[in-house]
Design a protein around this ligand. Structure first.
Ligand SMILES: [Zn+2]
Length: 237
């Protein structure tokens, strides 16, 4: 019988650990990450380790965004979260934070608290057998231990190269006793697979019907000729 897995992604951690992935492939300027592929890459490794089929129930992503009041242009960030939901099949859990400079930011605390609550809620609801946590904050320790007391197993995904100083000093949560059931998976070890490769294919222009080679994977395709006349706002190549 397949084991049910649920993936819990600490968005702050994932964002910062991209550098470890870039370094692994010697690409200091970075590259696009294939967010859609991350859950299946990790689940495959879990399935291989267990030598058992894995049934990925859900991927839940936790992140923050500056509030409207902050006056920041958050359109790119909110488009990214929409993309995670609509294209990658993630469920997103996004918290608005005030970014006015007068108070300390609590983005990381919020993500840790929200992820921990959700992990325990779904454990109590018996929604999964194994929780896969992409994140390393030491403050995950209590919730991971509690989920294990409920009979759930924990897989932690971390990075060999810690994404920040706090983690370098403390070490990832996977080093703590009684928090996980499997050896950690390290994200850089999958750098090659996580790198987004855009394939070129022929598509038909929605306006004039001409065929053209493109890497554009969005819903509506316009050829270069029609595009230069109209420049639809959301299609940049
Ligand atoms: Zn056209």
């Amino acid at each position: 019988m397949a084991v049910k897995t649920m993936m819990f992604i600490d968005g702050n951690w994932l964002y910062r650990s991209r550098n470890a992935v870039f370094d692994k492939l010697n690409e200091p300027n970075g590259f696009e990450i294939d967010y859609k592929k991350i859950p299946s890459i990790v689940c495959e490794e879990v399935a291989n380790f267990l030598n058992q089929d894995v049934d990925p129930v859900r991927t839940v992503y936790f992140g923050t965004i500056p509030s409207q009041r902050s006056g920041f242009n958050t359109s790119k960030q909110s488009a990214f979260y929409t993309f995670l939901e609509a294209t990658c099949g993630y469920e997103t859990n996004i918290h608005e934070v005030d970014v006015n400079g007068s108070e300390p930011r609590n983005d990381e605390d919020w993500v840790v608290a929200a992820l921990s609550s959700s992990l325990l809620y779904y454990a109590a609801m018996n929604a999964y057998d194994i929780a896969i946590v992409l994140g390393e904050d030491a403050n995950y320790e209590p919730s991971l231990r509690c989920a294990r007391l409920l009979g759930k197993r924990i897989q932690i995904v971390g990075a060999h190269q810690s994404p920040d100083n706090k983690l370098s000093q403390q070490g990832g949560v996977y080093l703590k006793p009684k928090v996980s059931d499997f050896p950690p998976i390290f994200i850089e070890d999958h750098a090659d697979e996580i790198r987004l490769v855009r394939e070129t294919h022929k598509r038909t222009c929605r306006e004039c019907g001409a065929e053209e080679d493109t890497t554009w994977a969005g819903p509506d395709f316009y050829c270069s000729h029609c595009r230069s006349r109209h420049r639809p706002a959301d299609q940049d190549e």
